[in-house]
Ligand binder design. Structure first.
Ligand code: KIV
Ligand code: ZN
Length: 507
């Protein structure tokens, strides 16, 4: 079967989702998992945009074996130079350069005429091609660009050395049949197209990103740009897991293969969700809690008689096997480490020991520790070690006739600072007491609680979105005590703010 290359942009476009910022260690952990998943290309970041972006691209490039590592750059020299520097040690480096080609963007955003845009694109590709062996070019807002102009610029950049032409539906405007026709027209309208691979990059503003991506490959695209859980700018990008499984399940209709190990899909999506603290919606295809749950009697009866009556793919095929190992307070470090390895984690010795201590505390409160609990434990571990604020202690007084009052003690800059506050409820009181310690002006935008696993002693996972200085920071925390989970989630969001503001200060 012909192959479709999977270009994962979770670490670049995905990280552009408000609140989805990741630390360098978290990005590397995810990149390693993406390698296990079998993606062909990892877009590690946009190096010129911040020192953190540069550093994470460089770090991943130097260490990751297997996938190509791509870095994004506008078609200007300082971006290209920074991207080239960031990926220069990668086993397989790629520079991905872009410039807008729609009349709207060229006139109002770039303030450049079409000939200048062609000139800049050719210059950028030539420059990049002198630095790395592989160059990808994207005409931004391609689907609102004029086709003859698009074909002209694509022909020129191929001559300059671009071997991957990515066609982005930047604003998620296209519909599948139209997008498919567009890709076909490019294939037929660019005379030297046989020297390049066509790629598609679809945004999900109308909920059509995966459908458009499929239409793209049905019409000749052989690389797709996707993200885990479909995260990305605004409504997100095409979801990797949905696209891969659509292609796999409907291989009768679209006979194309990928290098993806589908049994790593579930782990990968869970890992991302626990790193960025965005819960996976229950009804999310492939990886949502309900994706393989059969509620109605008729469906249950059918599945029991023959699985295929209501299941078009098996949970096992996407890695959702029920773990045979249940860990508990008597589990040793070896069993703990083995299960983490099976789930795709590779912690350093000191991180593993700290995660094990954390696990023992949870196992003490809860009889059995499930895989979902382990994702939470490990993601908290990955987040630790660089916090500006650490929860040392809290206490609550509350009741249906009492004024909820919280006392909170945080460790910050090696000092213990304690404050108390009253609030509209115990959670509000905790958040207000924390604000008194930090002195930050915050606005809580979202607060959600969900049980990590379904038993009575389940850990609760709290996710928050907090606005500080006009930007949103997500946070998550888990505990068998919901108030403790809430405090941890809130403090986690404040730590993300501190991390980003430190990066800004360094810049
Ligand atoms: O959506 C878009 O146009 C992009 C480009 C940089 C490829 O993300
Ligand atoms: Zn994009």
């Amino acid at each position: 079967m012909d192959k479709v290359f999977i270009f994962d942009t979770t670490l670049r476009d995905g990280e552009q989702s408000p609140g989805a910022s990741m630390s360098l260690e978290q990005k590397y952990e995810l990149a390693v998992q993406l390698g296990r998943l079998g993606v062909d290309v990892i877009e590690a970041g946009f190096p010129v945009s911040s020192p953190h972006q540069f550093e994470s691209c460089r770090y991943i490039s130097e260490r990751l074996k297997g996938p190509t590592v791509a870095a994004l750059a506008r078609a200007v020299e300082k971006d290209l130079e920074s991207a080239a520097e960031a990926v220069k040690k990668a086993e397989k480096p790629r520079i991905h350069t872009f410039i807008a080609t729609s009349p709207l963007h060229m006139k109002h955003k770039l303030n450049k005429d079409p000939d200048t845009v062609v000139e800049m694109a050719v210059k950028a590709v030539t420059y990049a091609r002198n630095k790395v062996p592989e160059v990808e070019f994207s005409p931004e807002d391609a689907t609102r660009s004029e086709l003859p102009f698009l074909c002209r610029i694509l022909e020129k950049v191929i001559n300059a050395g671009a071997t991957i032409l990515n066609i982005p539906d930047t604003v998620g405007y296209a519909v599948p049949e139209e997008f498919g026709r567009f890709i076909k027209a490019i294939k037929e309208g660019v005379p030297n197209i046989d020297k390049a691979i066509i790629s598609v990059h679809c945004h999900n503003d109308l909920g059509l990103a995966v459908a458009n991506t499929l239409a793209g490959v049905q019409n000749g695209a052989r690389q797709v740009e996707v993200t885990l859980n479909g995260i990305g700018e605004r409504a997100g990008n095409a979801s990797l897991e949905e696209f891969v499984m659509a292609l796999y399940v409907r291989r009768d209709l679209v006979p194309l293969a990928t290098n993806i190990n589908t049994n790593q899909l579930w782990n990968s999506c869970k890992l991302l969700s626990s790193i960025i603290g965005f819960p996976i919606p229950r009804n999310k295809p492939i990886v949502g809690e309900n994706a393989f749950a059969h509620e109605s009697g008729i469906h249950q009866d059918g599945v029991l008689k023959k699985r295929e009556t209501y299941e078009i793919m098996t949970p096992e095929s996407v890695g959702r096997e029920v773990s045979k190992i249940v860990l508990g307070r008597h589990s040793g470090l070896h069993g703990f480490k083995t299960r983490l390895g099976e789930l795709g984690f590779s912690l350093a010795e000191n991180e593993l020991k700290a995660a094990y201590e954390h696990f023992l505390q949870i196992a003490d409160r809860k009889k059995e520790v499930f895989d979902d609990d382990l994702f939470v434990i490990v993601s908290e571990q990955m987040d630790s070690g660089q916090e500006a604020y650490l929860l040392d202690y809290f206490s609550i007084q509350s009741g249906n006739k009492a004024v909820p009052t919280a006392a909170v003690r945080l460790k910050t800059d090696d000092r213990l600072v304690e404050e108390a506050a009253t609030g509209d409820g115990p959670v509000d009181a905790i958040f207000k007491a924390v604000d008194r310690v930090t002195g930050l002006k915050t606005e809580l935008k979202e607060f959600a609680v969900q049980a990590v696993t379904p038993e009575k002693t389940a850990m609760g996972e709290v996710s928050v979105a907090v606005e500080i200085d006009g930007r949103t920071y997500s946070g998550h925390g888990a505990s068998t005590d919901i108030l403790e989970a809430s405090a941890k989630a809130y403090i986690n969001a404040l730590n993300r703010y501190r991390r980003v503001s430190q990066i800004k200060t360094k810049a």
